[in-house]
Design a binder for this molecule. Structure first.
Ligand SMILES: NC(=O)c1ccc[n+]([C@@H]2O[C@H](COP(=O)([O-])OP(=O)(O)OC[C@H]3O[C@@H](n4cnc5c(N)ncnc54)[C@H](OP(=O)(O)O)[C@@H]3O)[C@@H](O)[C@H]2O)c1
Length: 203
């Protein structure tokens, strides 16, 4: 996400940050990913390395390598029944999918790009109300951008089930799969709460 909340431009990411994309793929590896139809179209395939890519669409379309569901509730149900070895459910955009997920998300993994960027798709502006706690931050840069990898957490409530992954500028770090339903106390939290090994937790 850029300083002015941009996450997309003309159906694509507004930037190319190889480290950010690698971080995204590593974070979601083996997990369930939920995206809107346009995000899938941008990739042209399921998210590489994900355990299951669930695409939201009301159009009754099918894809060879992804499951399609007509609502977020139906997608979460599909995630629940996918398998118990899945640690997290990640909501990877776009705008309306992020917004709808705020009330059930535990964490928001954001890549904050320190620049105003031209674009036409935005991250919901009220995200800080939902994720007020900064857990960790790692600074980085490349030849084009300065950016931080930051993990935010929601206020704990009994109803939070998902994490938002904010990669690529901001895939909402989604949901902890085993937190959904009956297995909350058994949920493995390594990936979601600690972040990459070189991230420094903030008290
Ligand atoms: N920087 C980042 O981290 C990041 C992350 C994600 C996306 N992006 C960018 O954002 C853009 C794409 O995002 P977008 O917001 O335009 O589109 P999107 O969310 O990927 O797709 C929107 C479509 O998804 C379906 N959909 C969304 N919510 C749904 C729901 N609750 N139930 C059923 N279907 C639902 C609908 O499809 P139907 O019309 O088929 O019903 C809707 O038209 C691209 O430019 C992409 O590069 C950036």
């Amino acid at each position: 996400m850029s300083r002015n909340h941009v996450i997309g431009k003309r159906g694509r990411l507004p930037w190319s940050i190889p480290e950010d994309f690698a971080y995204f793929l590593e974070s979601v590896k083996g997990d369930v990913c939920i995206t809107g139809r346009k995000c899938y179209a941008e990739l042209g395939s399921a998210i590489p390395g994900s355990g299951l890519h669930i695409v939201l669409s009301t159009q009754g379309i099918t894809y060879p390598d992804a499951v399609v569901r007509p609502s977020l509730d139906a997608a979460m149900q599909a995630a629940r029944t996918h398998g118990r070895d899945v640690a997290n459910v990640w909501i990877c955009g776009g705008t309306s999918v992020y917004r709808e997920s705020f009330p059930i998300a535990e964490e928001f993994w954001a890549t904050l790009v320190h620049a105003d960027v031209d674009g036409d798709v935005y991250f919901p502006h009220n995200w800080q109300q939902h994720f007020p706690v900064e857990v960790s931050r790692r600074r980085s840069s490349d030849e084009n951008y300065r950016y931080d990898f930051v993990i935010y957490r929601s206020r704990p409530t009994a109803h939070r089930k998902v994490k938002l992954l904010g990669l690529l500028g901001l895939c909402l770090d989604i949901c902890k799969f085993l937190d959904i339903g009956v297995c909350a106390t058994a949920a493995p939290r390594e990936k979601a709460s600690e972040g990459p090994a070189d991230m420094v937790p903030i008290a």
